[in-house]
Design a protein around this ligand. Structure first.
Ligand code: F1P
Length: 290
């Protein structure tokens, strides 16, 4: 599933760009006020989408965990993200939404319960997975959303191929703690990276908007810490601010979504080294129901 990501992204981008295809019609239009919701990974992808849509001037966009969407705010549309289409919080929320608000879901499973509750569904069945841990689903969905917003995904597929082929950065498997940093849309990617390492490898991970790192999180940085910048261009953090306490700053310089592939591969490598099954984290199921 990790290895198939560049192919899945190519398909997702083509779908988003097809002028006569269903995706263009189904996803939010410029000017709409949108709430985008999901749980776990899907919430992080929601945050990346919201940041991109706002930055692109395409309309007010708020991301919420499906369990936390405030009532009493006026939205034109709720966009719900759910690979399984069965997550309880998402179903509850869609069931509570009343007339006047258009509801759209993106899911991997045709005919899943979310599709009955929403006005329309975008189904990316080619990106579904057997692993409990989401990899290609999350990245394909974000590739589709980025392409739909007109965000530059020109080098994404090639960068994904390079991230699959690249050697893993040296010495990371021995790290005691990982902090992933992002900015704007890549803060969602950083949170997703942290979740992958947590779920698949049982690692201690954190994620912050890049400049927040200086305001407390730096206190836990030590010789066995890795700080991984998942943003575009330089982090804005002086190297000293990270390496001073002994931590190590990693940055790869490719599309941050492609760089997430490297984190996924590292998570698998650490899981295997620790004797864990990266596809079946403790206490987690493919879909969290009730
Ligand atoms: C989301 C979720 C993931 C989690 C695991 C189980 O479900 O809770 O965030 O990492 O994969 O599923 P979904 O609503 O996207 O199916």
């Amino acid at each position: 599933e990790i290895a198939s990501q560049p192919d899945c992204w190519r398909r997702a981008i083509a779908l988003a760009r097809d002028p006569d295809g269903p995706v263009r019609e189904a996803l939010p239009r410029a000017g709409e006020r949108v709430a985008v919701v999901g749980c776990g990974t899907s919430w992080f992808i929601a945050q990346a989408y919201a940041a991109l849509r706002e930055a692109g001037g395409q309309g007010e966009t708020d991301a919420f965990p499906a369990s936390e969407m405030p009532t009493g705010r006026a939205y034109d549309r709720v966009l719900a993200l759910s690979r399984s289409g069965t997550t309880t919080e998402v179903l509850d929320l869609l069931g509570r939404i009343r007339g006047g608000v258009r509801t759209t879901v993106i899911t991997a499973v045709p005919g899943s319960p979310v599709t009955d509750l929403a006005d329309e569904a975008v189904v990316l069945d080619f990106a579904d997975e057997r692993s409990v841990v989401q990899t290609r689903w999350a990245t394909s969905e974000l590739a589709l959303l980025r392409a739909h917003l007109g965000h530059d995904v020109g080098g994404l597929v090639e960068d994904g191929g390079a991230a699959l082929a690249a050697p893993l950065p040296d010495g990371l498997a021995e790290a005691g703690q990982f902090t992933f940093l992002g900015r704007g849309w890549t803060y969602g990617v950083a949170q997703e990276a942290a979740l992958k390492m947590r779920e698949a490898a049982g690692a201690w991970t954190e994620a912050y908007p890049v400049m927040e790192y200086r305001h407390g999180p730096i206190s836990v940085t030590g010789p066995r810490s890795v700080v991984w910048w998942l943003g575009e261009g330089p982090s804005g953090l002086a190297e000293m601010e990270v390496t001073g306490p002994g931590g190590r700053l990693v940055g790869y310089g490719r599309d941050p979504l492609a760089e997430l592939v490297l984190v996924q591969r590292l998570a698998v490598a650490i899981a295997v080294a620790r004797g864990l099954d990266p596809d079946r984290p403790r206490n987690l199921t493919r879909s969290v129901i009730l």
